[in-house]
Structure formats: C-alpha cells, structure tokens
Design a protein around this ligand. Sequence first.
Ligand SMILES: C[S@@+](CC[C@H](N)C(=O)[O-])C[C@H]1O[C@@H](n2cnc3c(N)ncnc32)[C@H](O)[C@@H]1O
Length: 310
Amino acid sequence: MQAPPALAESQSQHRYVFDSLKTSEVEEDSARLDAVHTAFTAYFGGNLIPPALDDRPGWKPVRILELGCGHGSWAIHAAKQYPEAEIIAIDIAEAPKRPLPPNVHFIRADITKDLPSLFPSESEPSPASSGSKSGFDLIHIRFVLTHLPPPTAQSVIRTAARLLTPSGGGGGGLLLLEDGDTNNTLLTSGPGDAGNKFWRVFHRVCADADVGSKLSGYLRDCSTDGVQLEVKEYMLLMPAHANGDDQALTKLGTAFHQFVMRTARLVAQRGNNQKSDGFTEELLDEYEAEVASPDCKAEHAVYFCAARRL
Ligand SMILES: C[S@@+](CC[C@H](N)C(=O)[O-])C[C@H]1O[C@@H](n2cnc3c(N)ncnc32)[C@H](O)[C@@H]1O
C-alpha cells in the first residue's frame, strides 16, 4: 500500500487540552494512555474489538486507520495483532516519541480538516454495489471526539464512515469509536461534594464530556450521506472505587479512575493553561478521598460503538 504523504502542521484551531506538551509532560501523558489501553484490552481478553461488538471473530483487517493516535498505544498493539496489516496513525501532535513497528505509518494532520485531501479517492462516494475495495477495513477513534465540539465530532465521524471499505458483496469496513460519558458520574459521585465539583471542571476541560452516549446516533446519521452502517453499542459502567462486586470490572474501573486522576493532575500542573482553572491540587485530593471512602458510589461510563459498513 502506498502511504499518503505527510502534511505540514495544520493551522486549525482545536480544543485539545494537552496541545503542545512540554518535553517533561510527554512521558506522563504517554504512560497514562498506555495504562488505560492495557486495562481495557486486558478486560477484553487481549482483543482490540470488545467481544460484545465483534461480529467476525478472527477477522484480519489489512488497511487500518487510527485518528487521534496520541502516543500510539492502540496503533502499536494493532500492528502486533495484525502483522500483515498496514496501519496509518494520524495525530495533530508530533509523532510518538518511541519506535513504531514497521507496519505503522504516522502522519501529522488535523482530522477535522485534512482527511479528504489525505485520502482523496476513498473520500469519493463509492456505492456498496461497485465492488471497489478501496478504503479502510478498520478505523479507530478513542478519547478524541470528547475534545471536539459536537458538530465537529459529528463531521469527523461522517468523513471516517466514507473512508470505510464498501461491502462490495462481502463485509465492509468497521468503524470503532470509544469515548466516555459523564452523565452517570455526576449523579453518583460520592458522599461529599468534591465529586460534583470535580466533574463540573472536567466538563469545562472537554469540548463534550458526554459524547459517549451520542456516538451511535451520530453513526446512524451517516445514512443521510448514503453510507449505510450496521451500528452496535456497548456501554461499560465501571466503579471508580474498589468496593465493586464484579472483580474484573472493579479492576478496570479503578484503572480508569487512575487514568482520570492522572489526566486531571496533568491539567492542574499546566499552570499556564486556562483550562486548569478549577483543577486545584486541593480539589483533586478531596475527590480522591471521596472515592476512597466506603460510601462512594462513583462510576465511570465508557461507550464503545462498532459500525460495519453495509
Ligand atoms: C486523549 S488523547 C487519546 C490518544 C489515543 N487515541 C489513545 O487512546 O491513546 C487525544 C488525542 O487526540 C489528538 N487530537 C485532538 N484533536 C485532534 C485533531 N483535530 N486532529 C488530530 N488529532 C487530534 C490529540 O493530539 C491527542 O493525541
């Protein structure tokens, strides 16, 4: 496969809270994303596609695209799981500061603007009946759409859906979206008020902290572009505290809570970032204590959506 050329740094405005990370922050950002990736894939038995959404176990995608790849946790795993595949990993930030497997090709670009020019032939309308096999077999977007305003997130999903391999008689490509949703979290934080304060700040840090539950609707709306998708949704409601009944889910939930706290502390430490307003060390300590208390009922919701192109 001929990889598209890298684009010059995008000029676009974007709202990601960790844009232009300092060198000293890169290691922590990468470690927190690796840790949460490892926790989810361990929960899913080593699989990149949650088994509840996997309509073709054993399927081997050969063209894979990851949008907003960060430090490459998922792309590197995908390269090992599918050694025959070519993986294009895109991010608006600099390339991951670690060696990438030979089948991962990084492109620095803005996914809200640059996809049609990066993949012009795949972006053209291609009827399912054409038999054409251009496009990607698997496209993955995780913890990125929460950082985009809703209309932009929706537009990225529409563009990504058009980049999926059309079915051409067999199965088409799969678009896998993963993102959080704080609706439940705000309702069930804990005995004190620190949880509610914490999640209110979190709402300001994200462009849409409740995107998770909207993803399946966004995917279904792709039919107005003539892209028909079979959409499956799976939601994990994980305890943030260590008192859950389900051991595996509690292990995942506590790992996810650690990820949220590491994210918040990184935001708090970035004193020059106006979005850090409100994430004080004091509030973070209070929220940690609230989650550690035996009465805590805090839960985190993460939504997974798999959309197969028909
Ligand atoms: C929370 S990180 C998630 C990284 C990765 N998906 C993961 O799960 O490990 C969000 C990533 O989205 C990237 N991002 C945000 N806005 C973007 C845009 N407009 N175009 C490309 N990447 C973007 C950020 O640079 C960051 O690496």
